[in-house]
Each structure stands twice: as structure tokens, then as C-alpha cells.
Design a protein around this ligand. Structure first.
Ligand code: HPA
Length: 275
């Protein structure tokens, strides 16, 4: 199926530069580190660090908690490339803001993408500090990162976008370790304002379990490029109107630190198991 993304040329140029910087190291799994999750990259052995600003077409970052570099190396038995820091549609209005990094990692051979984010929860049983596996998403933002793409490949099948086999693996790994792992539907809001309580009530009626301002565009690009995807939400708060307390980015970062250790453990287990 033919597919031309608007970022193809940029991703091609970025892939050439990144490949050169990695000096023959070929990552197989790409990982996007979300808000407060940058330290996931601390566990990478023999890291090769490439700042985003050394790679043409990679974004420059503006949000606290996002470093802006690729950290490539081994995690357990797997070769990984971590995207430490992302840009969001709320920064630029551009849903394709992360298309170049995702397409670049696909181009250098990453067949899998693991996406992490901080999110609000609509489920009291998955409260702040817990980790959730995303099973599906809802995108009513009227944005799509494939806008402008050409060819039949743009009509991406989004059934099982969040790879059922990967999800089953993570469920099993969590179960074996006694890690509670909620699973549910992530609804993408464009932000940067948090949702209103009325929007959260509407989201619940629509079938959302978690809400956040990222991930969905990256997953769409990854699926267009045939990558297998798993995604995790670090629950930093109950969604607007549910928890009583007011929402803030500082609170998001503080609570993300709690769940980050759990997510690190789960990813480490996966990287060990998949020899
Ligand atoms: N809404 C949107 N994005 C978020 C939230 C939230 O409640 N918490 C962390 N990121």
C-alpha cells in the first residue's frame, strides 16, 4: 500500500543523521517518555545520547519535564531508543509535531513503539500513582497527524492499534509481579487547559477511562508505518470534577514520579523476558 507522509523527507534526513550518530547500533524498540517519565532512560546501559537539536527536523521542546534527546542503548536484552521528551499539539497546533521522531525511529529499524504519558483517570479504581495500559483511544479533537498524507496507506486500520499480544504480555508480567495494571480507553484532549468537569462527564458517557493531551498522534503515525504499539498512562490525578483538588502541571509531575517506578519495573521485566 502506498503512503507518503508530509514528514517523509524530514524523517529520511533525520534517520541518516541519527544512524551516523549511533555508529552501527540498531535499536529495535522505540520508547516515548512522557511527562515526568524522562528517568526511564536512566536504566539504559551503554547509552548513546543524541540531543534533538543535533537531528534535523526533530522538535525543540518547551515544557518542563521534557529533556529533548534520544537515548539509545540496551535495556535488559533489548536494544532501545528512548525519545526523552515530546512536543504536543497544544504547543504548536500541529498534530504531526512528533511525526518526524516516530517516523525516524521506524526508518532506522524500530518495529515497536512503546508510548508513555501522564493522564487523568475517570476510574476511581485506577487512582493517582497507578499505571494503566491503554487498550484503545478516542480522538474527537478534529486533528490527525496524517492530514496531508497521500496514498491508500493513509486510511490506517485502527482496530487493535494497541497490540493485543503486547498487552497480554504486559498484563501477564504485571500479574506475576503483583503490580495492579488497569486497562482502558484513553481519550485525547487537545489542551493545554485541563478538561472541565462537564467534559469529563461527557467523556465517561463516550467510553473513556483516561484522559490526556498526547500519545494518540504518535500512535496513529506509528500504525501508519506498521509499528506494533503499546502505550501506558501514568495516572497523576482523578479527572476534573472527580477528586476535589485542582489540577496543575506541577501536581502532574509530582504524581508521575510515584508511578514511574512501577512502570520502570514493568518495562524492565518486558525487556528481560523478550530475548
Ligand atoms: N487531563 C489531561 N491531561 C492530563 C491530566 C488530566 O487530568 N492529568 C495529566 N495529564
Amino acid at each position: 500500500m502506498s503512503l507518503q507522509l508530509t514528514c517523509d523527507a524530514a524523517a529520511g534526513a533525520a534517520a541518516r543523521v541519527l544512524k551516523q550518530r549511533l555508529e552501527g547500533f540498531a535499536p529495535e524498540i522505540a520508547i516515548v517518555c512522557g511527562s515526568g517519565l524522562g528517568e526511564l532512560a536512566d536504566a539504559v546501559a551503554s547509552p548513546i545520547v543524541v540531543p534533538y537539536d543535533a537531528i534535523p527536523g526533530f522538535p525543540s521542546l518547551s515544557v518542563a519535564g521534557h529533556a529533548g534527546r534520544v537515548v539509545a542503548g540496551t535495556l535488559g536484552r533489548r536494544r532501545v531508543a528512548m525519545l526523552q521528551g515530546r512536543v504536543h499539539a497544544y504547543e504548536t497546533g500541529d498534530a504531526a509535531a512528533m511525526a518526524v521522531p516516530v517516523a525516524t525511529l521506524a526508518a532506522i529499524g524500530c518495529g515497536k513503539l512503546i508510548v508513555t504519558n501522564a493522564a487523568g483517570s475517570l476510574r476511581p479504581d485506577a487512582g493517582p500513582g497507578s499505571v494503566a495500559l491503554i487498550s484503545d483511544h478516542i480522538n474527537l479533537t478534529a486533528l490527525n497527524p496524517l492530514t496531508g498524507a497521500v496514498g491508500d496507506g493513509r486510511f490506517v486500520d485502527m482496530v487493535d492499534a494497541y497490540d493485543p499480544e503486547l498487552r497480554a504480555r504486559f498484563r501477564a508480567l504485571a500479574g506475576a509481579r503483583g503490580i495492579p495494571l488497569a486497562e482502558g480507553v484513553y481519550m485525547w484532549f487537545r489542551g493545554p487547559s485541563f478538561e472541565t468537569p462537564a467534559e469529563i462527564r461527557a467523556a465517561k458517557v463516550l467510553g473513556a477511562d483516561f484522559v490526556g493531551m498526547s500519545t494518540v498522534p504518535e500512535v496513529i503515525v506509528a500504525r501508519a508505518l506498521g509499528m506494533r504499539v503499546a502505550a501506558f498512562s501514568l495516572i497523576t490525578n482523578l479527572a476534573a470534577g472527580m477528586g476535589g483538588s485542582h489540577l496543575s502541571h506541577a501536581r502532574t509531575l509530582a504524581r508521575a514520579a510515584t508511578g514511574a517506578a512501577t512502570l520502570r519495573e514493568l518495562l524492565a521485566a518486558y525487556m528481560e523476558e523478550f530475548a
